[in-house]
Each structure stands twice: as C-alpha cells, then as structure tokens.
Design a protein. Sequence first.
Length: 82
Amino acid sequence: MIRFLLGLIFGAAAGATAGAVAGLLLAPKTGEETRQIVAARATQATQKARGYVDSLRQYIGTEQAAQSAEKDSDNHVDVTGS
C-alpha cells in the first residue's frame, strides 16, 4: 500500500513537472512576461491563503470563546437549593 502511494505521489509530481516545463517551453509569451504573470499569480495565491488562515484563526477563536463560556456556565453551582 505504501509503495503504491509513493508511486502515485512520484507520478503526480513528475507529471506536474513535465507539464510545467512543457507549458513554459511552448508558451506564446516571452520569458519576462511569463515571469511577471507567475509572480502576480503567486502573490494572489499567497494573499488568498493568508485570507483563509485569518478566517480560520477567527473561527477557532470564536469557537474557543464559546467553549470557554460554556465551560464557565457548567461550573455554576446553584446554592438556592431549588
């Protein structure tokens, strides 16, 4: 099973590399234009990933606050005897 997964991962990486090389060699734009496009898309992807991470951090913080409030309410002891 592990051998299969390693083969699958290696095959996917090799295919992605071959596709990237072929795309760069056969691209209709100059190298400078292609580098600018790749840099712009990398910047966009980084910003999008940061947005996802920030959203996840906010969600986790909200969940932790809710769990903390719930835990505090569970620790409440009714001393009125009812």
